[in-house]
Write a protein that binds this ligand. Structure first.
Ligand SMILES: Cc1cc2nc3c(=O)[nH]c(=O)nc-3n(C[C@H](O)[C@H](O)[C@H](O)COP(=O)(O)OP(=O)(O)OC[C@H]3O[C@@H](n4cnc5c(N)ncnc54)[C@H](O)[C@@H]3O)c2cc1C
Length: 456
């Protein structure tokens, strides 16, 4: 006769059921193998947890991105024992150049030629191909012991019928295109359009004022008929006459990446007055930016079509700085899924790996430590009706990242027309522009930026 199970005990199956039991039940399931998901999976697996990493796409995959990995992102990865190998580096950035609405330099010589930099001219970042860089991070997670399943889309999440298993935490099930898995904690790292937030009841979608739109494309170096595109160690930032918008030109090995980003809500109000836009043709604001760039650089650019391979791509970016739910129960959101992109610069990978690290540390503390007596202190001394992991992750993540994101959001709002007041301020005193380099180089630069730009 079968022995009756005690509370919290789970019957271990035999045969095929045993294999399923072993391969389908995890401590942590990470959804999305971008920089955020792969970093979280690697840290968790390295700390001895059983980790599943799934991605909807067949890996390695492409991702529309300017491909700048800032020096501060590199140092977070290095702190976790992961140095980026030199063969992934397409260009090293030591300086920045800024250009006003008419493509004129906003900083005086000599700062403009070599680019705005910091004392000692430290490296501000590198450029990478996202396909290779993300795959490098995913491989590192796999080498640390995480199980990777690609072409595996998350379609459902819910509490498992087997309550009170796995050391007191109720299990969650994940339905995917490759079957059902169970985990004690789920980390949603599935990007701006990811499903985890919605399926776990954290958030239906980002609100319209929280999103930015981007148009970007790679231009091969040999595309310029008249003059070679200089592939230097300087990144170029443009302030075209687009409200809440800016443009960029970043050097890569054999190409440059150019693009614009602007608040999604300005699309109809301001920009579409230039003419209709459809997915098959680049946005008029992007075409105008590209034409102006071609004019000042002396490039000859043929007709550009968004439907052609290598043509410009439109993509959404979720701006950070807003306090929104990023966790619920045993489901935590990180990276773009949590909406942690720097609203002023559009840099997302730094907070993707920072939030991944914070989530991994919180999960390890709870799964490997004793949290039975943990009572999160809510407002007025009352414990909020949250799961402790969700509460603790939100507290740690926003405690570490929100102040800087808020400062960046304030700067974005004050200088909504970067081609106007912002360019004038930089032109008047080019030293002010050094904070742009500092933002790429080290954490905490916005506090000083606010003082330097607004109070000087
Ligand atoms: C044009 C552009 C330029 C940018 N330039 C820069 C830059 O130069 N530097 C910088 O730091 N940041 C840049 N960013 C932002 C940066 O790309 C993102 O912040 C970063 O990729 C976020 O990483 P992530 O891991 O959170 O999400 P992602 O990189 O988006 O990864 C999410 C993963 O989840 C997977 N996924 C989605 N749905 C599911 C599902 N249902 N089930 C399973 N898997 C799923 C996807 O396939 C994807 O692999 C740029 C963004 C854009 C759009």
């Amino acid at each position: 006769m079968r022995r009756r199970l005690q509370a919290g005990e789970r019957r271990v199956p035999v045969g095929k059921g045993l294999i399923d039991f072993i391969t389908r039940i995890y401590d942590v399931a990470v959804v999305g193998a971008g920089p955020a998901g792969s970093t979280a999976a690697r840290i968790l697996a390295a700390r001895g947890l059983k980790v599943l990493l799934i991605d909807a796409k067949k890996l390695p995959r492409d991702k529309p991105c300017a491909g700048v990995v800032s020096a501060k992102t590199l140092s977070v990865l290095e702190q976790e024992g992961l140095g980026v190998p030199q063969d992934l580096v397409e260009a090293e950035i030591y300086g920045l150049r800024a250009f006003g609405p008419n493509m004129e330099p906003v900083c005086m010589e000599p700062a403009c030629e070599a680019g705005i930099s910091l004392p000692g001219r430290p490296r501000l970042g590198i450029t990478v191909r996202r396909r290779a860089f993300d795959w490098f991070l995913t491989e590192a997670a796999r080498n640390a012991g995480a199980r990777l399943i690609d072409a595996c889309r998350l379609v459902g999440v819910g509490p498992s019928a087997a309550r009170d298993t796995y050391g007191g935490l109720p299990a969650l099930w994940l339905d995917t295109s490759k079957g059902r898995f169970e985990a004690r904690v789920i980390v949603g790292a599935d990007g701006v359009s990811g499903a985890t937030a919605r399926l776990a009841g954290i958030r239906l979608r980002f609100r319209w004022w929280e999103l930015a739109r981007t148009w970007s494309m790679d231009i091969p170096v040999n595309l310029a008929a008249n003059r070679a595109i200089p592939v230097t160690n300087v990144a170029e930032i443009y302030f075209p006459p687009i409200p809440f918008g800016s443009g960029w030109l970043f050097p890569h090995g054999d190409h440059v990446n150019v693009g614009i980003g602007y608040a999604a809500f300005t699309r109809r109000i301001f920009i579409d007055s230039d003419g209709p836009s459809s997915q098959s043709e680049p946005h008029p604001a992007f075409s105008a930016f590209l034409n102006n760039l071609a004019r000042v650089k002396g490039w000859e650019i043929q007709t550009i079509s968004a439907t052609k391979p290598g043509g410009p791509k439109e993509y959404l970016v979720p701006a950070g700085g807003f306090r929104r739910p990023i966790a619920c129960g045993q489901v935590l959101l990180i990276g773009d899924a949590a909406g942690l992109v720097d609203p002023f610069t559009g840099e997302g990978m730094f907070n993707a790996v920072r939030s991944a690290k914070i989530a991994a540390e919180t999960i390890t503390d709870f799964l490997c430590g004793d949290f039975t007596g943990y009572r999160p202190a809510g407002r007025g001394g009352r414990a909020p009706a949250w799961h402790p992991i969700a509460y603790e992750y939100t507290r740690r993540c926003y405690g570490a990242l929100l102040p800087e994101l808020r400062r960046s959001l304030i700067l974005t709002a004050v200088f909504f027309n970067k081609g106007g007041l912002f360019s004038r301020l930089l032109r008047r005193d080019p030293r002010r522009a050094a904070w742009l380099a500092r933002v790429m180089h080290s954490e905490g630069a916005y506090r000083r930026a606010l003082t330097e730009l607004l109070l000087r």
